[in-house]
Design a protein around this ligand. Structure first.
Ligand code: B12
Ligand code: SF4
Length: 651
């Protein structure tokens, strides 16, 4: 009998913060795929999040793969996109069984069934044993009620079976590493690197009230043995050339003996793997006598969750931490040459402008290499939720991304919170620019500069700090502009907006369709990703409001790199002309001119752009030469012709 197949998909959602630094492994799916295969099923992974593809590609993938089951992982801000994916699966084939896992559906299973009719099962909590039992029970018509840790619908009733106890140990799990497209995973800060994720422990015994993780793992902690962890790292290194690894653990180091065992083994194996991780400030202080081992074992970057700079606030969110501990931990890491990152949670109900000013002052004093100023997101299953509920003014889960403010504090508006966050970013990074240029450690200096460049060219930071390439420079403090020139090289000024765009090509095509049909098709933002194949996402634009001045955001994929930018419609003359200008790595203007009648249309397409000089160096030149050339223009025109003539998007 042919094996049944599960296709595991990551939701195509992008908050644009952590993704700036790398393209990350969907580790939950690697574990689930491994467990499904061990249970006798075929498994496939489609990492739509990392591939930055849209629903059209996901649809194609599902159609090609013909799975019996589609599984998706979801946390709160990815819920709407996860639902869209399973709805898509059902629309392609209603026989496909859909399964969701992850923190949000695990707690909010009733809600999930109220949001969609396309969801068959939820795997609640740790997934490996549950998925194996669920697939088997389903395939063999076994009793579902006996499968621990799932939810499903029986008529109108949502049934949740009894919780699944955590595995005693999760050493030696079967993994689906071979199912990943390894070319996709790299840590942009270290060019040419191959990035993977390893989970050395699960859970956390702390009780921070804003955190979903301690709730998810029921305030338990389990660590894998050092041999198992390092063995897996060695396998990844040898088999896939992995040389940068993120430890996904919430808290990898509470057990010092185990942790030191991992460091010792890494030192002994000397694989040259660089490790990125997070831990608690207290452990850094505890480990000051072995911080040299961290460094030697390859740990290059540590995130320490400081969360707040006022003791009162730390106590309120039950963060068992003192201000002094945060300060000391960051100081120690600096002393050992490890890159430090931390974040502050802003926007709790009692937040005031004065508090935020003080938080910023103290963060500057803590002086981490990277600082994040996050808007509190009230996960509906977190301990703090009840206290925050009455202050919630935003319900859209997509915005529960730690960037968009959700809570309106008593004494501040949402706009004020957003502005305060922007102000914190600007002030903090202006100071950082200066320090970075003076950094003595060459590795660290390059690391910081590359990170900064990446941050500057992506939508989130641009939104927060003003465009550093051109356009919205007004938002950038003058001293920062100067530093940016220094950072990006002398050519930086050349990518300022030059409305007299120089280079360009023009191509024309005859289309056997009416001018109104062609105009309508070309100008509909929903269609842009269909006829411009390297465009992977267009955001914040509505088809109904399109006019000169309409703005939008886009993501392009070129030479395997995703580029974000903003665009605006410059001219919109019905059935005559459509001009858009895009701002990102370099300015591009695209003009579509329409001539014709009810029967046929002559479509002229012109691309103009500015060569950005030395600024983005070889990459930009390659993009211009290899991509924005005749091939691209002709491909666009052919696609428009094909679709307008046949009405079929898939041609
Ligand atoms: C790596 C990571 C990422 C990566 C990759 C995510 C991915 N594709 O998996 C990247 C960098 C892209 C990312 C981004 C973000 N992340 Co993130 N991320 C993590 C992190 C550190 C590890 C996730 C992981 O791999 N865990 C290891 C796996 C094995 O565990 P697991 O996911 O829990 O999976 C198990 C079970 O949950 C279950 N399961 C999970 N999924 C499924 C699916 C099926 C079908 C089944 C059957 C079972 C199942 O089975 C698995 C095995 O037991 C977690 C924190 C953490 N420690 O989990 C945060 C975390 C998930 N991220 C979070 C957030 C907020 C974000 C961002 C919004 C941050 C930002 N502003 O940029 C963005 C949003 C996504 C985006 N694209 O922009 C939050 C989510 C909070 C919440 N409750 O909703 C977390 C929990 C961090 C935190 N401490 O708050 N993230
Ligand atoms: S914030 Fe960190 S330390 Fe606090 S409960 Fe969550 S995982 Fe644990």
């Amino acid at each position: 009998m042919q094996k049944q197949k599960i296709l595991l998909i990551s939701p195509p959602f992008h908050a644009g913060v952590v993704e700036v630094a790398g393209s990350w492994i969907p580790l939950s799916l690697v574990y689930i795929a491994g467990a499904a295969r061990a249970a006798g099923f075929e498994a496939e992974i489609y990492d739509a999040m990392t591939k930055k593809v849209g629903y059209e590609e996901i649809k194609k993938k599902i159609e090609e793969s013909k799975p019996d089951y589609v599984g998706i992982s979801s946390f709160t801000c990815t819920v709407p996109d996860s639902i869209k994916v399973i709805e898509l699966a059902k629309s392609i084939n209603p026989e496909i069984i859909t399964i969701m896992g992850g923190v949000h559906p695990s707690f909010m299973y009733e809600e999930m069934y109220s949001l969609t009719d396309s969801l068959d099962y939820i795997v609640r909590g740790e997934g490996e044993i549950t998925i194996a039992e669920l697939l088997k029970a389903h395939a063999e018509n076994g009793p579902l009620a006996e499968v621990q840790g799932i939810a499903y619908k029986d008529g109108d009733k949502v049934i949740a079976t009894e919780p699944r106890p955590f595995m005693d140990s999760f050493d030696a799990q079967p993994m689906g590493w071979d199912l990943l497209d390894w070319e996709d995973y790299t840590y942009y800060i270290i060019p040419g690197s191959r990035l993977a994720s390893v989970c050395t422990s699960r859970g956390c015994e702390q009780e921070c009230t804003f955190c979903s993780q301690q709730k998810y793992w029921n305030r338990t902690w389990r660590g894998r043995s050092p041999e198992d962890v390092v063995g897996e790292m060695e396998h990844l290194n040898k088999t896939y050339g992995v040389d940068v690894i993120l430890f996904t653990d919430d808290y990898p180091s509470p057990d010092r003996a185990r942790w030191e065992g991992i460091l010792d083994l890494l030192i002994e194996k000397d694989m040259g793997i660089k490790v990125l991780m997070e831990t608690r400030a207290q452990d850094i202080i505890r480990d000051q006598d072995i911080l040299h081992k961290y460094k030697k074992a390859g740990v290059i970057h540590i995130y320490v969750g400081t969360e707040a700079t006022e003791q009162e606030c730390l106590d309120y969110i039950k963060k068992d931490l003192s201000i002094e501990e945060s300060r000391e931990a960051l100081r120690l890491l600096r002393e050992f040459g490890i890159v430090t990152e931390t974040s502050m949670i802003l926007g709790l109900p009692d937040e005031t402008k004065e508090n935020i000013t003080e938080t910023l002052r103290l963060v500057m004093e803590y002086n981490p290499d990277f600082g994040h100023f996050l808007a509190i997101a009230p996960w509906p299953y977190a301990d703090i939720y009840k206290e925050l509920e009455e202050y919630i003014v935003v319900k859209d889960y997509r915005k529960y991304n730690l960037i968009d403010p959700i809570i309106k504090p008593k004494a501040m508006t949402l706009e004020e919170i957003d502005y305060a966050i922007i102000h914190c970013y600007k002030t903090f990074y202006t100071k950082k620019f200066n320090e970075m240029m003076d950094e003595k450690d060459e590795f660290k200096k390059n690391y910081l500069i590359t990170s900064m460049k990446l941050m500057m060219t992506t939508s989130f930071i641009k939104k927060k700090m003003g465009s550093l390439t051109y356009g919205e420079n007004e938002q950038m403090p003058p001293e920062m502009k100067g530093l940016m020139h220094k950072l990006m090289g002398e050519g930086h000024s050349e990518i300022k907006p030059d409305k007299k765009l120089k280079s360009g090509i023009i191509r024309k095509i005859n289309i056997n369709a009416s001018i109104s049909r062609v105009f309508e098709y070309v100008t509909n933002p929903d269609n842009w990703i269909h006829y411009v194949t390297s465009l992977v996402d267009v955001r914040n634009v509505s088809t109904t409001t399109l006019a000169a001045g309409t703005k939008y955001e886009w993501t392009y994929r070129m030479l395997g790199i995703n580029l974000d930018g903003t665009g605006s419609i410059i001219e919109f003359e019905k059935d005559k002309k459509f001009v858009m200008e895009m701002e990102g790595a370099f300015p591009i203007r695209e003009t579509f001119a329409f001539q014709g009648d009810e029967q046929s249309t002559l479509l002229t397409f012109e691309i103009r752009y500015n060569v950005p000089g030395k600024v983005l160096g070889v990459i930009a030149d390659k993009l211009i030469i290899e991509k924005l050339n005749v091939t691209e223009a002709v491909a666009v025109l052919n696609k428009v012709k094909d679709i307008c003539e046949t009405g079929n998007q898939d041609v």
